[in-house]
Write a protein that binds this ligand. Structure first.
Ligand code: 13P
Length: 252
């Protein structure tokens, strides 16, 4: 059985005090030993403060990005080891905003994924098509290309550690959520890709999150789909009440 996994991607939002307050509010409500894995991913400058706020709780810490090199002259970048050092368990990689705005390629996402795994961070690797690609009937091809490029060269053991987030670009921050059937179709394709490129056992193990306008009122139906194991939540993760409402949907 795959444990449901709900992660909040706070993106470039909130200040230090807001981050600490939100992290505390979430941590207070997420019971240890509960049925759902929960993580919060604040802006990197607040990782340390949030790590303190959730210390001893069942909530995990995630970063929103990292660089693939170990250390050195890479001004402005953060290494996997630094994220681990500050208390991260997870790192989001290849988010569509980074792919689109910062030209992050599948090859770079692949290097980052390997660097994260090498230190024991769990990568949350994002894939997803744009509206034009969906309307052009290219969803399967786009997601397959991203999957193959971003996850190339991983061993089965490494792959079984990875979380994949399917985030259709047209559903991110738009309020246009994919229907449960649309999301499930792509998740089922991702599961098949895992079985064919890695192994059926890996496919059974890897958790697939859906992301894109997940809210408390649509979470339960999305999360009840057989191949949707969790959610990567943006806007609705910025308020404890709505994030907790989504977590409740994962238990239903
Ligand atoms: P929204 O939930 O705001 O649509 O964002 C989804 C997302 O991009 C999470 O990574």
């Amino acid at each position: 059985m795959r444990r449901p996994f709900i992660a909040g991607n706070w993106k470039m939002n909130l200040n230090r005090a807001d981050c600490v307050a939100l992290a505390r509010a979430v941590a207070e409500q997420v019971a240890a030993g509960g049925p759902v894995d929960v993580a919060v991913c604040p802006p990197s400058v607040y990782l340390d403060a949030v790590a303190q706020a959730i210390r001893g709780s069942a909530v995990g810490l995630g970063a929103q990005n990292m660089y693939f090199e170990g250390n050195g002259a890479f001004t402005g970048e953060l290494s996997a080891a630094m994220l681990l050092d500050v208390g991260c368990k997870y790192v989001i990689l290849g988010h569509s905003e980074r792919r689109a705005l910062l030209n992050e390629s599948d090859a770079v996402v692949n290097q980052k994924t390997k660097a994260a795994l090498a230190v024991g961070l769990i990568p949350i690797v994002c894939v997803g098509e744009t509206l034009a690609q969906r309307e052009g009937g290219q969803t399967r091809q786009v997601v397959t290309t991203q999957f193959d490029g971003s996850l190339a060269g991983l061993t089965n053991e490494q792959m079984s550690q990875v979380v994949i987030a399917y985030e259709p670009v047209w559903a991110i921050g738009t309020g246009k959520v994919a229907t449960p059937a649309q999301a499930e179709e792509v998740h089922a394709e991702l599961r098949q890709l895992l079985a064919s490129r890695f192994s059926p056992a890996v496919a059974e193990q890897v958790r697939l999150q859906y992301g894109g306008s997940v809210k408390p009122d649509n979470a339960a139906e999305l999360l009840s789909q057989p191949n949707i194991d969790g959610a990567l939540v943006g806007g609705a993760a910025l308020k404890a009440e709505s994030f907790l409402g989504i977590i409740a949907g994962a238990k239903a």
